[in-house]
Design a protein around this ligand. Sequence first.
Ligand code: ZN
Length: 489
Amino acid sequence: MVEFIVYNTLTRRKEIFEPLHPPFVGLYVCGPTVYSDAHLGHARPAITFDLLFRYLRYIGYKVRYVRNITDVGHLENDADAGRDKVATQALLEQIEPMEVVQRYSDNYHHNMDQLNVLKPSIEPRASGHIPEQLDMVAKILDKGFAYISNGSVYFDVEKYNLNNHYGKLSGRIVEDLLASTRDLDGQEEKKNMYDFALWKKALPEHIMRWNSPWSIGFPGWHIECSAMSTKYLGDVFDIHGGGMDLMFPHHECEIAQSKIANGNDSVRYWMHNNMITINGQKMGKSLGNGILLDQLFSGNHPLLEKPYDPMTIRFFILQAHYRSTLDFSNEALQASEKGLARLMKSVAMLPGLPVSDETTINLAEWKANCYNALNDDLNTPILIAHLFDMVRLINLMSEGREKITTADLETLVQQFRQFTLDILGLREDPESGPDSQMLPKLMELILDLRQEAKKNKDFALSDRIRDELGKLGIVVKDRKDGADWETLK
Ligand code: ZN
């Protein structure tokens, strides 16, 4: 195994990654709350942890990647009171909550496919794991770190904090939290404002509800991740990931719940991706810059000068280190679009490079540089810089100014494709891929056969071919000695 170094948000330093049970790696990432179409903010964690998933597998680990779907218990403003986001959308659209979940999960999955994000090994839904969550709440109650209040169950942060540090991940101190917590409805049920709900008693109008020993209600937002990560990855697992915005309170709550219920710290390495800004501003619906992924791909948004291909978005996100902030602008996206085109042109032209009886480039050093970048906490900007070094050399080789042997070219083709396509997950442009010549070749064949039909005076057949092609959006224009064709866009 290579030495892979990750930045652990919990210890605030880079550490050599050593899984608990190699070659197995348990990876848990907080997935989307599915009550609206996926937006730009969903793309960065998905792509960051897709890269991690791909790279861990590439260097030989067997990864169980669990990414949940939050379909219950995530209340407005991430609070312990107010409406459930899914249920609110269901009322708005006049459909079942599970229809909301299905609709927006489908949209999310479609967008993830477009971004070439691999499917996780397990994608559990919170609503499908109510018994596991009830068990965990009961355990925490048994151990005396939660209390029942008016049918709801709250985690006792003050008691936990006596022997633990609530806030250790985000660097917060409980006393400061008390001063900064806003007054919210329903908090009179809590002993302290920073206590958080493990189970909420449902109000009469609340439509998503389950039986529990304490009330008919629903789980708090944080407990699902503790319950599902424990179920699928065990009491202790290797990596927990998510966006930085989830560090507090969500991940702090997960740490506290799992510690009490399981008796130990569950997560060995915490990894967080940084946020996206748009034209220098924090992204948010209230600012009118909450761009949906569908809008980004179609160009249908006032902030967008044109549509952007999903691969441009993926490449743009990978051009920054995942722990850096990333600012979206038309200018930056168009620069990425050009860079990606150059990179993909090299992928396409590589196999056809002229070969020589000697190699004048240092292939081993280049490969080592690429790996070193990835092994240093997934440093994709450095990796991409090395890929562009090779793009320059590829151009020189095509002009005969650098040389490569047949065997070295074979190695280079394989490695360049591995870094670009398999690890970074960039998809080859179908226009430049091996299938790109398929349509012209098929058209040549079909038009030859049509010409033959005409020669045999089988005009019914030749017209039929022309009409059927027309239905497929292909226009045939007859010439004296044959026919031209074009596709209607
Ligand atoms: Zn979570």
